[in-house]
Design a protein around this ligand. Structure first.
Ligand code: CA
Length: 231
């Protein structure tokens, strides 16, 4: 079955051009022209991916993303924005966005990123609840909290965290993470891993500059240093 994409974008021209292009690539495309309509569609219909503009009437893209993640929706979110500020990008990823494209962009770049986000990774339910200091991770329910408040992890960040936890104490290479978490077989994308590890550290570590949970193994990859203390 073709994958379905919801495009939430208030610029009519861009919405129409992108919809045509995405349909030409074989995707089933639905669209919404403001934040309220977009949020309504996401919460009432299933989509495989959401393309989400940041500056929207009625509800900003950032608010939509935060509310969706808070409500437990794990659908991959690719942000679009005319803004260049690093702050927006960091905030978008912190709130649970999966990727970010700045306007103007080439259709080919957007399509490549969509493909990476939609790449089928076998979803395997994990087992058990793990507690690392104030961080609690429930693998079965795909939930992470700090001091009982939800951490807004994207679907990919959660998969990455689960893989690291399940291999706690072992060093895992970037290439292994790319293959196992992203389903990707290319060593040229290892920066993707580093970027997601950086986001995870921002959310999980007491001091992201001196990580105590996700340790860098120079020249190789990463090692999860929290112990699996709850069965
Ligand atoms: Ca806009």
């Amino acid at each position: 079955m073709n994958e379905s994409i919801l495009l939430i974008e208030d610029e009519a021209d861009l919405r129409s051009v992108l919809s045509v292009r995405l349909r030409a690539e074989g995707y089933v495309v639905d669209s919404a022209c403001d934040g309220a309509e977009g949020f309504d569609k996401v919460t009432t219909q299933p989509f495989d991916l959401i393309i989400l503009d940041i500056m929207l009437p009625n509800r900003s893209g950032l608010d939509i993303c935060r509310d969706l993640r808070q409500a437990g929706f794990a659908t991959p979110i690719l942000f679009l924005s005319a803004r260049h500020q690093t702050n927006d990008k960091v905030l978008a990823l912190k709130l649970g966005g999966d990727d970010y494209v700045t306007k103007p962009f080439k259709a080919a770049e957007l399509l490549a990123r969509i493909e990476v986000l939609l790449r089928r990774v076998p979803i395997r339910m994990g087992h058990g609840v793990h507690q690392f200091g104030s961080i609690r991770v429930d693998l079965r329910r795909a939930e992470a909290t700090r001091d009982e408040k939800p951490l807004y992890l994207s679907a990919r960040e959660f998969q990455l965290l689960r893989y690291l936890i399940e291999h706690a104490g072992n060093t895992v290479s970037r290439v292994e993470l790319l293959r196992s978490v992203w389903g990707y077989d290319s060593a040229t994308l290892t920066r993707t891993v580093d970027m997601h590890v950086a986001c995870l550290r921002e959310k999980l570590e007491e001091n992201p500059r001196h990580p105590a949970l996700i340790i860098t193994v120079p020249g190789v990859g990463y090692r999860f240093a929290g112990s699996k203390d709850l069965p």
